[in-house]
Ligand binder design. Sequence first.
Ligand SMILES: Nc1ncnc2c1ncn2[C@@H]1O[C@@H]2COP(=O)(O)O[C@H]2[C@H]1O
Length: 457
Amino acid sequence: MDLTTSNLANVVRIPQREEQYLKATGIDQLLSNLVSQLYIHKPEDAINFMINYLQHTKLERNSVSFSGASSSSSSFSSSFSSSTSSPVGSSSTVTTLQVNGSPQSAGGEDEGNGAVEMEQDKKGNGNHLDQSGEYGREDMQVTSPDGGPVDIDPTLSGNRSLQRRRMAISSEPVDLSGFDADMPGNGVPNTPKSPETLQALEEALRTNVLFAHLEEDERRQVFDAMVEVKFNANDIIIQQGDEGDNFYVVESGECEIWIAKEGQPPQRVSVVREGGSFGELALIYGTQRAATVKAATDVTLWAIDRVTYRRILMGATIKKRKMYEGFLEKVPILAPLNHWERLTVADALEPEVYHDGEVIIRQGERGDSFFIIVDGETKVSQVNEQGEVEVARLYPSSYFGEIALLTDRPRAATVTAIGNVKVVKMDRDRFNRVMGPCEEILRRNMEIYNQYISTKI
Ligand SMILES: Nc1ncnc2c1ncn2[C@@H]1O[C@@H]2COP(=O)(O)O[C@H]2[C@H]1O
């Protein structure tokens, strides 16, 4: 669905001079995006939809000024193949829609304080990927959120690095009076869903904790904005180096993440399965896509446009990642995970606090959660012929609860809080989804337990 002027020209015979004009002004890309949006949403009131779309684009453009790059720089289509173009999302700008002090600002993190990536960078510990595919910040300079331009030079890897360019993003607040982001068609997709589709959505999002704590209203807005998209095995869903348009949640199938470093063949770094998600980094940090995402099988995804992602989902993700990132680096069992995979563990965690003497899991019961101790101490005990016997003590960074999940047997032991204990937990689906690369070690360690604890219960 890549309607660039060159193919537009073939169809409607646009004279060369006019074609140049369309290109130079970015109208070609805008039209292409607009037509894409019409194809995707098929709105009943197409004219109103287009008006809203154009108004929204105008607002976005007002908030962004590129140096050295025209606003036509964004492309719907991946450079791999036109059949694998990103199907949703239309922004002709990569950067943030900033809404100062408004509930439409990006999540809870940055209220009244400009965009989140600026806030992150001020602290010097933002997360974005460097050429090694790991997170760093060396080349991203963001100045005051309430001051002058924000200068970002996103480090790229792979072939797109040749096209690296500097973007100056104005941090001027945007006047959004009169812009109701909730209004259907306001640049944000709004696709009515059948009850069956809503059911499928609920199911797909059940294992993704990101959606679990949304207010009813936010949930509705996210559901309204979601668009189902399908790819065939080997299609490119996201191309490293491209600009970010959508965030994706996997409904079915498997996607591979590939990273190309300069002068080296691309490396497969992760696999994302049902319930997992990807494509958040470019939307959060305004950087170009840090990796290529390829359909390993036929896949069905739910796409969420950039504006909705930033407005409703981004804040919680940033908050959680910031909260647990440092801690998870030190949890030995997570060592096999790469940095991004550890962040997805952070996404999947739910905190809980137990008080002295409280039983966290009980021997013989069915187990549905895996725990990591954040703070405090627990006692592990088993009942055998001699009665209850303490078999271990666990401290921060230790984990428990995995045996029942790995073996589908009842809890092998009771774990009790000694004093106040803070834990983070994830349920069975999330455990299966994000702990895959750790499974071998978890199983090996489980065998070691056999030396002092009966796992045969
Ligand atoms: N190791 C990794 N480095 C970078 N991105 C990754 C990695 N593993 C998975 N991804 C995902 O791949 C996505 C590519 O697009 P984004 O950069 O927007 O967001 C990226 C992440 O969601």
